[in-house]
Design a protein around this ligand. Structure first.
Ligand code: MG
Length: 397
């Protein structure tokens, strides 16, 4: 029988050749509940693996990005979106000698708090929670990893490092920041997070702008002709057409999107590298105490081109009447479910009912409302639709 020896395994789990201002395992601020170090994995690698093993991560497969899950098999879901964000973030991190494992952990966790039905679902739940502290998906992502995942005997949540939690919390109101201890400080002092957090935030934007072009075209909600007025798309589509005149339009679209991502990423790397060199930070604390704008950013020209694309997508895709119809139905489902559960917690599964009961005793109506919001936010699109049927359709059990 063969035995596995750890003797020959590289115990130096840190990424080689990191910049001095990159996040580093050995210098991590640490976890909420202290733990011994793993023998063959780095701290951020561990975070990433905990996220992948979480229940919330698996649910991303059936949550809306723009298109509701049952609208088609080829559209992005929150899961494929998160994976695309992770790979763009890794590429940028590698080029800038920043911590790839940390970027990947942040990317894979950044949308864990999203409700079913994307932004329509969040807006509806926020409206329902107006008198009880509101609902914000970004804050909910932190709540999922800090409190709602119950997988470990020693603590609630996934007990991730400060650095991963810092990256997950992209924005935060001052009121919420005051409740979050060290993690909330930067929103009160208006300082910046790690470069890994900054770049993963932009990788998110690069990913969704580009895959939404692809999905929007595939769904027939936007056209190549409309996009020809958008500089960022039209110049690459023209080049792809010139270079490959005989290929199908779909392949030209893929080629254009590939080139757009490359242009955005290249600009981001070059501009950020210059900004970093100018500031010449010695360590991650020099990054965190920066008060001016983030060091990771696009050039002025690229920011303008990107802005035009974003507003095009906003007007023509996210506000398209077919997307709007689904959003309207989604909001109805979320607010119906919320009212039903808030008014009668016995309609929820026992575990949530018991939690709601305890939270009601401890924190009043707002405590009960938070448990209802946690239950609804955790649902996938299809689960929310089925649950709505079960509650409101007498013929469904
Ligand atoms: Mg995202």
């Amino acid at each position: 029988m063969s035995t596995i020896s750890l003797a020959n395994i590289n115990h130096d789990t840190s990424q080689q050749h990191l910049a001095p201002y990159a996040a580093q395992d050995a210098l991590s601020i640490g976890r909420l509940y202290p733990e011994p170090k793993a023998s063959y994995r780095g701290e951020f690698q561990r975070d990433r693996e905990r996220i992948i093993h979480s229940t919330a991560f698996r649910r991303l497969e059936y949550k809306t990005q723009v298109f509701v899950n049952h609208e088609g098999d080829l559209f992005r879901t929150r899961l494929t979106h998160s994976i695309e964000v992770a790979q763009i973030a890794r590429a940028i991190a590698r080029a800038l000698r920043l911590n790839q494992d940390l970027c990947e952990a942040i990317a894979l966790a950044h949308d864990l708090g999203h409700t079913p039905f994307g932004h329509a679902g969040q807006d509806a739940l926020n409206e329902c929670m107006r008198e009880h502290g509101g609902f914000e998906h970004n804050l909910q992502s932190l709540r999922v990893v800090d409190k709602l995942e119950l997988k470990y005997p020693q603590h609630i949540g996934l007990n991730l490092t400060f650095e991963t939690r810092e990256g997950i919390l992209k924005h935060c109101s001052r009121n919420n920041a005051k409740r979050l201890g060290p993690l909330g400080q930067r929103f009160l002092q208006r300082t910046q997070p790690s470069l890994e957090a900054q770049l993963t935030n932009i990788a998110d934007e690069i990913a969704y702008n580009n895959h939404d072009i692809d999905d929007g075209l595939r769904a027939g909600l936007i056209t190549v002709q409309q996009l020809s007025e958008i500089e960022l798309f039209s110049e690459h589509f023209a080049m792809a057409t010139k270079q490959y005149p005989t290929i199908s339009e779909r392949r030209k679209i893929y080629e254009s999107i590939r080139r757009i991502i490359n242009e955005l990423v290249t600009d981001l790397i070059n501009t950020s590298q210059t900004a970093i060199e100018l500031k010449s930070p010695a360590c991650i604390e020099d990054i965190r105490t920066t008060i001016e704008k983030p060091l990771i950013h696009f050039s002025e020209a690229m920011r303008n081109k990107n802005r035009v694309l974003k507003s095009f997508l906003h007007k023509n895709l996210y506000q398209h009447y077919r997307v709007h119809r689904m959003s309207k139905k989604a909001k109805q489902i979320i607010s119906d479910l919320y009212s039903a559960f808030f008014n009668d917690i016995h309609l929820m599964p026992n575990e949530y009912r018991d939690h709601a009961d305890i939270f009601q005793q401890q924190k009043g109506d707002s405590g009960r409302a938070r448990v209802v919001a946690d239950y609804i936010a955790g649902m996938t699109d299809r689960y929310a639709i089925v649950e709505h049927e079960r509650i409101f359709n007498a013929r469904i059990i």
